[in-house]
Ligand binder design. Structure first.
Ligand code: ZN
Length: 355
């Protein structure tokens, strides 16, 4: 079968011919795989922790949706079921044994398509049924390829709901309609964060440092999400009109954390999701503001099986009405390897169609 492979940590990208692995598991035929920044970094040899499962090469791909071809006697699945495979697989620590490998204590996990486990950019794969999540509504199969990035957002939402219970943080009418959330970054994760928090009833402002293309502007307009381009408008002036009660970063730059602590309201909540791999710069004044303003800053990575299920529910409930299809800006064949190195105009999420 065709498979897209790389040789970590040095990188490169090849369309290879592989056999299906031997062993137990549900046989899944891949329908779509998404490409994200992590895949591109692995292909460019920029991700130092990327490593093969065995031998030298690694099958790429951690965002996928497929269909069960052979349930191999596992009663939890049947042929024809639409499924999303999980990325991170547990190690032996306490949190991993509790099914919360997203809170792994010692880093002894593997991640499909990233570190220590072959990914899903291949025509079919064998999967342990514990790590497959079912999509109930087959009409959402095109959007279900966004489940993996969306599960990160579901964990962010869970973290946010937990943190806001610190004090009575809701509005006088008991809703969140007076609360403003600023989301930094307009890539796939930033847009998914905006959707999910809009659906909680908050006012959402997207923040970026360049003008946006027509497609994203339409997506934001349709969902009544506002936008500020800080290359031509001042964030502090916007915040004077519309307070920054909460902020979520999907960029991963130290100066974004500073923009947040400079502008966030007292008792604000800041959730940091983006990563850049760069060393932090000066943190002194950032820390001072966090303390003085009672700001809660928290980091969030990955998500558990429950967040995959919640992501699928969100897609089934809101995917069509909130125009989630606008996030998928191109579908390609596995032979189009240049999509890993070339950026299209107005690109958000590129998807490979496998059949
Ligand atoms: Zn662990």
């Amino acid at each position: 079968m065709r498979a897209i492979t790389t040789v970590p940590p040095s990188g490169g990208i090849t369309l290879s011919q592989l056999d299906l692995e031997k062993g137990d598991g549900v046989k899944v035929r891949t329908l779509f795989t998404g490409i994200c920044g992590t895949d591109k970094e692995i292909a460019l040899g920029k991700l130092s922790f990327a490593r093969p499962e065995k031998g030298r090469s690694l099958v790429l791909g951690h965002e996928a949706v497929g269909v069960v071809d052979d349930s191999s006697g596992y009663s939890s699945f049947k042929e024809g079921d639409i499924v999303v495979p999980m990325v991170r697989r547990p190690g032996g620590c306490r949190m991993c044994r509790l099914g919360r490998q997203d809170f792994c204590e010692d880093g002894d996990f593997v991640e499909a398509g990233i570190r220590g486990k072959n990914g899903f950019m291949r025509e079919e794969f064998l999967e342990d049924p514990r790590f497959l999540v079912k999509v109930d509504d087959p009409s959402t199969v095109n959007l279900a390829v966004l489940t993996e990035p969306l599960k990160n957002v579901m964990k962010i939402k869970e973290t946010f709901q937990f943190l806001r219970g610190r004090i009575p943080w809701y509005c006088q009418d008991s809703t969140l309609s007076c609360k403003n959330l600023y989301v930094f970054g307009t890539g796939t994760e930033g847009l998914l964060i905006s959707m999910v928090f809009k659906s909680l009833g908050m006012n959402v402002v997207e923040v970026n440092r360049h003008p946006l293309g027509e497609n994203i502007m339409k997506f934001l307009d349709d969902n009544r999400i506002s936008y500020i381009d800080t290359s031509s408008e001042r964030l502090d002036i916007k915040v004077r009109d519309m307070s920054m009660d909460a902020a979520i970063d999907a960029v991963g730059a130290m100066d974004v954390l500073k923009e947040i602590t400079d502008n966030i309201s007292n008792n604000g909540i800041a959730i940091m999701f983006g990563t850049s791999g760069q060393m932090p710069s000066s943190t002194f004044d950032i820390l001072e503001r966090v303390v003085d303003r009672n700001v809660t800053v928290v980091g969030s990575v990955d998500g558990a099986k429950i967040h995959y299920s919640e992501a699928i529910d969100f897609i089934e409930t809101h995917g069509k009405t909130m125009h989630m299809d606008r996030i998928i800006t191109g579908k390609y064949s596995p032979e189009d390897l240049k999509i890993f190195t070339e950026k299209e105009k107005e690109e958000i999420k590129k998807v490979i169609a496998w059949s």
